[in-house]
Design a protein around this ligand. Sequence first.
Ligand code: GAL
Length: 680
Amino acid sequence: MAAKVWNRLTMGVCYYPEHWDKSLWQDDLRRMKDAGITVIRIAEFAWNKFEPREGEFTYDFFDEFLALCEKEGMQVIFGTPTATPPAWLTEKYPECLNARPDGTLLRHGSRRHYNYNSPKYRELSARIVEKIAVHLGQHPAIVGWQLDNEFNCETNVFYSNADTEAFRLFLQEKYGTLEKLNQAWGTAFWNQDYTDWQQVYVPRPTIHDNHNPHQELDYRRFIAHSTLSFARMQAEILRKHIDKRMFITTNGMFGHIDNHRMTRECLDTYTYDSYPNFGFPLDGRFDPKELNDRKWSRNLTEVRSICPHFGIMEQQSGSNGWVTRMEGPAPRPGQLTLWSMQSMAHGADFICYFRWRTCAFGTEIYWHGILNYDNRDNRRLQEVKRVSALMEKLQPVCGAASAAKVALLRDYDNLWDAEVDAWHRRLQDPSEKAVFEASQRTHTPYDMFFLHDDTQLCELKRYPVLIYPHALILSAKRADLLRAYVQQGGTLILGCRTGMKDMNGHCPMQPMPGLVADITGTTVEDFTFQSPAEAPVNALWDGEMLETPVFNDILRSHGDAKVLARFDSSYYRGEPALVENQVGKGRVLHLGSVFSLQNVTQLLRYCGVLTPWADTLELPEGVELTVREKDGRLYFFLLNYQSEPQTVVFNREVRSLTRGDTVCGSMTLPPFGTDVVTID
Ligand code: GAL
């Protein structure tokens, strides 16, 4: 179970002793300490430093480095090195490699080219992890362990023979018989029935790369299962040998993993690698009205759903770029602080920069760290020092929880179904973006909440409003949970196509919204994508326009359910577009559409949860607000992403944690400026 591992806001940096001459080590560690850095993350790619040849183990290199860390008072997070198998390994055991769908092996020379399922790779990974854990598990300088590096980064699909073998076992376990598999995968369609398990593969090249969608959905579940079991294998070995005071983490966040389950079952805390520069368009079409680097707050919101007290294992400190791809500007003065504050605003209590010094060789010579190749003090190091001083002032915030009152519901089945099903994707992507944008632009902080089979009502109860945009896939268990949530007083907002599929991705013979029809008080009479030949179809809600873009479920209301809005054009003009149904102490709002910035804003206003802190502060759109809460005290994080100053108005007296003074009335946030205020 994820625990709180950071008792203070802590600053770290990623360091690669194997990239530098030993004569630099001590000076590096001292300069880090001088900058306020107390933790380094090391070794995650350094398998050869322990096992340069198969079965020959040596510990001298890291023993020497760790002794220096101990002497210099530097704490260490130690990475298991399985993301980069050595050349001797993949040369001798090519079955450990990942493959393209056509079976071509992905060779040595990059990273993450292994597969999770090869018994040989499991054996050699288990052995190296065990050797390291036995040797270093009690080392006084080590405070934590990182599993591998970025599970499923570079690629999140696997097509080796070992994966096919493991996929068959996974399916046998799940379905027991081929008859059941055939049924679940709908193999009656296009004569796809399997008569022998040996005929079943991970998806392989097909005409136009069309695959069976039910197979594809199970394939994603299988990858998540494989990743989890590889992570679990490592975590279990570490737990046997490492000191109890040390924590286990891994850094994410990538696709086809149930990060929530992995964190719950294998880790003490989850960490994220945050590179907000990716939020800028790199094609020169910069628009200051877009959310740009602020978009990273959406990822951080997801990370917080995995682990409320998370860390940032890699926080961007320089420009991004590989020799082979990607380019990005250096963070402007102030942006490094802004992005660090963005992480803390969303719940990070540990900020570890990537990396101390830019590598002078290899693929990442343009992925800049704090220092440049020349190793001189520079403006980024000065800024890191200022962040460190800032973090000291923010110590009271450490461990504070999100105070959001609204949550976006998600689940992995629907996320993965939307990857497979283009119709689903066309709904889900804009809707989730709309919820995020509405939250940002109206200063209505929101959380994400991932539904699992064992989710309890008490976990949902703290949110007065839940938005579950397009739960195409629904199970009876999830429908029951939603029903219970509404009955105890919650407001549930659902969008079009809800309840269209079962857990296999089949469409049951029943009117939508299927399993939740009793709580929505609706049935879907008809549905359509909006015609490109017509103007966008909107709805009218109390005489005002309500956007109902992309796809429309044309609703019927039943019983006491109330029609709030009706479509106002096309052949379904006048038909219900938004229906409200009281259930127990709560209600369901069923919108026959995709969500947009406009309609989410309207719905949140109707539910009384829009801009909940307006009494305390008024903010321009360019400033992000997040609110963290601890011991009954609220901490308001204000983040200016603009290169222009922004004015914030406080309607009551607040105290700035960064400056120590109190303010009432207006205050200016400088370009890229940030602050945290509280009410005394
Ligand atoms: C991360 C990775 C680091 C480094 C960085 C910059 O994804 O964990 O090892 O590669 O990106 O590319």
